[in-house]
Design a protein around this ligand. Structure first.
Ligand SMILES: [Zn+2]
Length: 201
């Protein structure tokens, strides 16, 4: 299942705390990173580059950063005198996080470099929360499916599909809700900053 690509909008103030892994049953997500390069010597030139070179989210358009998340499910059934039950279930989360890399940062003013660092850090934290949301739903799928059993294996398979469909839908909604909350937070922060010092973007 390929579930998510997300938009990230700058620029928030607080970093998001990542919850510690709540469950050891699921291995943590396989997270890979790639970057796209931007050039510039001012906020406005960098913003142009971010808008031009940022990842494209299908159905949504351009973003500044993205997390492409997929689940790799393994479900093994076994049958015996008891009927059919789940022998093994595992939903490995794979995530590819795309972030911007500013080529001239080393030559930039300390003020602009600091703004960029804060922006980059928040973009990373934001995408990692998306990964965490996926991990939580992988655990939920595993826990729910592990408890299932049925005298008939084909009926058990149907129950498992139903759980996967339902939790996948919940997962998509949780990801959208997180982005909605974040967008509202960024809008509020930017309104407060709009009369003051330099800000990103
Ligand atoms: Zn997002």
């Amino acid at each position: 299942m390929r579930c998510l690509a997300c938009t990230f909008r700058p620029f928030g103030g607080l970093l998001l705390a990542l919850a510690a892994a709540a469950c050891q049953m699921t291995p943590p997500a396989n997270v890979s990173f790639n970057t796209y390069r931007v050039s510039g010597d001012s906020i406005s030139s960098l913003n142009q580059q971010l808008a031009l070179h940022g990842p494209t989210i299908p159905g949504q358009g351009k973003a500044l950063a993205a997390a492409d998340i997929s689940f790799d499910p393994t479900v093994l059934l076994e049958s015996g005198g008891y009927g059919c039950r789940v022998a093994r279930v595992d939903f490995q989360v794979n995530a590819e996080v795309t972030l911007p890399e500013w080529l001239q940062k080393d030559r930039a003013s300390p003020e602009l470099a600091a703004l960029w660092d804060a922006f980059s850090e928040e973009a990373l934290e934001h995408e990692l929360v998306h990964v965490r949301i996926a991990e939580e739903h992988a655990v939920k799928m595993e826990r729910t499916i592990r408890r299932l059993a049925d005298p008939d294996c084909s009926k058990l398979e149907a129950q498992i599909r139903e759980v996967i469909d339902r939790v996948a839908q919940e997962h998509a909604e949780a990801q959208d809700k997180f982005d909605e909350r974040e967008e509202a937070r960024y809008a509020s922060i930017n309104r407060r900053r709009s009369r003051g010092s330099d800000h990103w973007p």
